[in-house]
Every structure is written in C-alpha cells, then in structure tokens.
Design a protein around this ligand. Structure first.
Ligand SMILES: Nc1ncnc2c1ncn2[C@@H]1O[C@H](COP(=O)(O)OP(=O)(O)OP(=O)(O)O)[C@@H](O)[C@H]1O
Ligand SMILES: [Mg+2]
Length: 139
C-alpha cells in the first residue's frame, strides 16, 4: 500500500487495521501529519488491528506515552507533539522504545526522527480535499 486515499474517518480507521494485519512482532510505525490529518483515527485502527482495545488505555504516568494491552505484545503509543527535545523523550521512555514483540506507534515522528527505529514503517497523511486524506506508506 504505498499510496492510497481515504474518503471518511472510518476508512482511515480501516486503513490502520489493514496495516496492522501486515506487521510482524516488534514492528514500529512512524506517523506524520498536520493537525487534524487523521493520525489518531489511524492509530485507533492500528491498535484494534493489533488486537488491543484503545478505548481501554492504561493511564500513562507520563502523557507522552499510552500503552494498550494486547495478547501478542502491548501497543506503545508515543506522541511527540508536546515533547521539548529528544533527550527528554529518551530518558522518559527509553524502556518503552524497546517494545519487545509489541507494536510501537510514534505520532509526530518527524519532530525527532532520531528516536524512530530504523526499521519503522513511515506513514505520511495529507489533506486531499473535503473529507479526503492521502496516505503514503514506506517502505
Ligand atoms: N478521511 C478522513 N480520515 C480521517 N479523519 C477525517 C477524514 N475526513 C475527515 N476527517 C476528520 O478529521 C479529523 C481527524 O482527527 P484526528 O484526531 O484523527 O486527527 P489527528 O491527526 O490525530 O489530529 P491532532 O494532530 O490534532 O491530534 C476528525 O475530525 C475527522 O472527523
Ligand atoms: Mg491526534
């Protein structure tokens, strides 16, 4: 799925589920997109596709990170939007960046790309007209 479009928020959730189905143990997804691009909808799809219930998120002690339980390995959802610098993030969550067989999802990944594992799948979301979003996925 290198490039595709969605026409509704539900389709964006579905696209996240479809990507999750193709990811193996220990996968990482780096998400990039402006405010309102649909990142959170996509993460909801990724998490449910991975077998987690993102509606039952554990309360993170540090707002940078959410963790959703899943049988095949927890989903670690990092949001770099408010993070000041990479060192702060690194010292706060480096244990979670080593996410074992779970899934690591990093929102606003382009803010601190040095934190993104080299094997991550990069997903870029752009506005493409009313209700439409264009996704590019690499590799
Ligand atoms: N095709 C689409 N896919 C996803 N969201 C869409 C789409 N069309 C319209 N929307 C709307 O765009 C918004 C996307 O919200 P969402 O919270 O997922 O974005 P976000 O990238 O996480 O934003 P933020 O950076 O503010 O957290 C929602 O209001 C949603 O209804
Ligand atoms: Mg969001």
């Amino acid at each position: 799925m290198p490039t595709f479009q969605t026409a509704t928020p539900e389709e964006t959730v579905e696209a996240g589920r479809a990507l999750a189905a193709r990811l193996g143990p220990g996968a990482a997804v780096a998400l990039v997109g402006d405010l309102g691009a649909g990142k959170t909808h996509f993460v909801r799809g990724l998490a449910t596709g991975w077998g987690a219930d993102p509606g039952e998120a554990t309360s993170p002690s540090f707002a940078l990170l959410h963790e959703y339980a899943a049988p095949r390995g927890n989903v670690h959802h990092l949001d770099l939007y408010r993070a000041a610098n990479a060192n702060e993030v690194w010292s706060a969550v480096h244990d979670e960046l080593d996410h074992g067989s779970g899934l690591l999802v990093i929102e606003w990944a382009d803010r601190f790309p040095e934190l993104v594992p080299p094997d991550a799948v990069w997903v870029r979301i752009r506005h493409a007209g009313e209700g439409r979003r264009e996704f590019s996925v690499e590799p």
